[in-house]
Write a new protein. Structure first.
Length: 367
């Protein structure tokens, strides 16, 4: 038995010495101590990255003070998307560069957003409303100094596309040959462009604007050194004014004056007779801070081959005893009843032949 034990011990020692060593790299890692190995040269392509932490601006709550239109853009020329009642709360996400329009959450709009007039939205003191990213015009700009018509071409004979309020900043894209009209970026116009009278635009960029024709096509301006340039005197063309479709019941513009809203507006167009648009109608409603009478100032500038006859209508009939207004008058005081709708009727004065008159009417409601 002793010999058998010694033989087994010798065999065990020999077996241990002859066995091949187990490679260290193939040694199993104990399950109790897991190790995560990250290769420094591993490709990260397709590996999702952690999101960047960006602060989210919460909408500013506001309350409407009157019933307002919700529009597709910051201006009355944009499409109306719906109406919101006075007292209704809105969530404001941004404002335009002038702070006159608020962009709000409006679920029924295509993009879930709409615009309302800022003056009719009450917000908390100290509320910070960010500017819309695209609200700052690019390139040469100008500032509108009076309420102004935007037209489809450089002249009052072209269609009116809408109105711009004072202090609106516009992008200038060109001018007509006499620099009396500027082409501007206007989303509601043909090809996103419109035209405004240069005399109501303050800018230092007029000299550098390209000269455009009536269709917005650049015009090659000949150098003063061009030899044998013909001396051509343009012949004025007088034609009938296009019918703009307004009437006493549907005036070309309807302005309601208010304490915190519009206090002054300017409207320009043209009339002609016996052919063309024989009359224009401009509607307004005066405002008075106290009492029943409103103090108004009327100004009228004209050019053409005739004078204008001016009437003020109320309740479907011409008003008597209000005074008079003629081409060239500036700030004529007229007292009217506050809160009542009025219409101004403008028509060419009687004379022989075709009469065509371009005019600019300005009405101001004094405090």
């Amino acid at each position: 038995m002793k010999r058998l034990f010694l033989l087994c011990a010798v065999l065990m020692l020999v077996g241990t010495a002859c066995a091949s060593p187990t490679p260290v790299g193939n040694s199993p890692t104990p399950a109790s101590t897991p190790v995560e190995t990250i290769s420094p040269t591993a490709s990260l392509t397709g590996t999702p990255q952690p999101p960047t932490s960006t602060p989210t601006l919460l909408p500013v709550m506001g309350t409407l003070t009157i019933k307002v239109n919700v529009r597709s853009g910051p201006g009355t020329s944009y499409d109306a998307l719906g109406l919101l009642d006075a007292g209704q709360q809105v969530q404001i996400v941004s404002q335009d560069s002038q702070g006159k329009w608020y962009q709000i959450l409006y679920p029924s709009a295509p993009q879930g957003l709409g615009w309302v007039t800022a003056q009719y939205v009450q917000v908390g003191a100290g509320a910070e409303i960010p500017l819309e990213a695209s609200s700052t015009p690019a390139g040469p700009t100008g500032r509108i100094v009076q309420r102004l018509n935007v037209r489809s071409g450089p002249g009052t004979a072209f269609d009116s596309l809408g109105l711009l309020e004072p202090d609106t900043i516009v992008s200038l894209t060109g001018k007509n040959a006499t620099a009396s009209w500027f082409q501007i970026v206007y989303p509601a116009g043909p090809d996103g462009r419109g035209w405004v009278t240069a005399q109501y635009v303050r800018t230092e960029a007029a000299d550098g604007l390209p000269v455009l024709d009536d269709y917005g096509t650049p015009v090659a301006v000949e150098s003063a050194e061009t030899p044998f340039a013909p001396d051509v005197t343009p012949t004025p063309t007088i034609g009938p004014a296009p019918d703009d479709g307004d009437s006493r019941s549907a005036p070309a513009v309807q302005v309601n004056f208010s304490a915190n809203g519009t206090r002054r507006f300017t409207y320009s167009s043209q009339v002609s007779a016996p052919q063309g648009d024989a009359e224009d109608w401009v509607g307004f409603m005066p405002y008075a801070a106290s009492g029943a009478r409103a103090q108004m100032l009327f100004s009228l500038a004209c050019n053409g081959n005739a004078n204008l006859d001016i009437e003020i209508w109320q309740a479907g009939a011409p008003l008597s005893g209000w005074g008079s207004l003629a081409c060239g008058d500036v700030e004529v005081p007229i007292t009217l009843t506050a809160g009542q709708p009025y219409q101004v009727r403008l028509s060419p004065a009687s004379r022989q032949g075709l009469r065509l008159v371009n005019y600019v009417l300005t009405v101001e409601n004094l405090p």
